[in-house]
Design a protein around this ligand. Structure first.
Ligand SMILES: [Zn+2]
Length: 365
């Protein structure tokens, strides 16, 4: 996802950093931004801060750090509940209210690599989702690779407040995994009828990462729509041919509204537009086509777009897009397990438009 260097310095003045480098477990790397560690514990010109890779407690003293690492209460398992697991990667959900110190220390550490989120230290009102990789040969040897946070009650329907893959683990598509999980959760929570997206404004790095994620999400939807293929299928040679096959079945260009695409993908209209522009698909509909189109006249407005399906397939080919969604439905566990989600949906039939939403969610796989 994010590039492994901070945004280029020509757009922003150089940042003063109170901590120059961190030691996280056996990794040593430089920081990008200032964090607000208490000055009595971390002086303004700390060259090396030792951070526990299990709980993010910190110290400038290597001996204290070594002693803590041996005794850390989270050595064998992260806090919270495992809600997702696939291919060695897992996501753990923890409540900032129940794990205040942990969430504060995680936030302090994350701030060393984030410049745009001014304050996210009111940890009690957030949920945290840790991305973890576990050594298959040693189930107790795990590494936290990054996380995202989410407001428990977001009036703006934000499905994500803050996201970070720690620098040594970047460029491995892990941000997309976290973003995919955040969209999955908000899709399943859509009882309120609100579609979600990340908190704005995005940083330069966040904007780049999200734009690509949204582009891939829409291309997958457009190419898999109407086929039996889902994001959970194994990627076989046959499936790799799906884009061209599927697009041949359809007309070469189609008229859709931004709203249709947003509902199908669980994305906000503004994010759909950003992605369509990035894909080069945002062509305004011509007046003659506008008259001919069968789309309901009321929805034929500025938000109607003509999608050239050949462009969509080309984009997928050029970018070697795997049609398999990086997040697998069958990887979710506990209250987020598909059987629990769908059982919950079927018992909530009296809650207005629940049925419609179920259909849309299924298309979204
Ligand atoms: Zn620890």
């Amino acid at each position: 996802m994010a590039p492994s260097d901070p945004p280029s310095s020509h757009t922003k003045p150089p940042t003063v950093r109170n901590v120059k480098h961190v030691v996280l477990g056996d990794l040593f790397f430089r920081t990008w931004y200032q964090s607000i560690y208490p000055e009595d514990l971390v002086s303004k010109d700390t060259d090396r801060l030792y951070v526990c890779r299990y709980c993010f407690r910190y110290s400038c003293d290597v001996d204290r750090y070594a002693k803590h690492s041996r005794l850390c209460a989270h050595r064998s398992t992260p806090p919270g509940n495992k809600i997702y697991e696939h291919g060695g990667y897992s996501v753990w959900e923890l409540d900032g209210e129940d794990h205040k110190l942990y969430a504060q220390n995680l936030s302090l550490f994350a701030k060393l690599f984030l410049d745009h989120k001014s304050v996210f230290f009111e940890v009690a009102s957030f949920l945290y989702y840790l991305l973890v990789f576990t050594d298959p040969a040693d189930p107790e040897n795990y590494h936290i690779l990054g996380f995202f946070s989410k407001e428990k009650l977001s009036w703006d329907a934000n499905n994500l407040a803050c996201i970070l893959v720690f620098p040594p683990y970047q460029r491995k598509q892990l941000g997309k995994l976290l973003m995919g999980v955040s969209y999955k959760l908000s899709d399943w929570e859509r009882d309120t009828g609100l579609i979600g997206g990340p908190e704005k404004p995005l940083s330069e790095m966040g904007r780049r990462s999200y734009s690509r994620f949204w582009e891939e999400r829409i291309v997958r939807y457009l190419l898999l729509r109407g086929t039996d293929a889902t994001g959970d299928l194994e990627e076989t040679a046959q499936q790799k041919q799906t884009p061209s096959k599927a697009s041949r079945k359809r007309s070469s260009s189609e008229v859709m509204t931004v709203q249709d695409i947003g509902l199908a993908t669980g994305m906000l209209a503004e994010d759909v537009i950003t992605a369509l522009k990035g894909l080069g698909l945002m062509e305004p509909i011509s007046p003659s086509k506008r008259r001919k189109t069968k789309t309901n006249e009321e929805t034929v407005d500025k938000e109607t777009v003509v999608l050239r399906m050949s462009k969509v397939s080309d984009w997928a080919n050029v970018h070697h897009l795997s049609l398999r969604d990086p997040v697998r439905d069958d990887g979710f566990l506990g209250r987020w397990a598909p059987e629990n989600i769908y059982a919950r949906d079927s018992t909530s039939g009296d809650e207005g438009d629940g049925d419609e939403e179920e259909e849309e969610e299924e298309e979204d796989e």
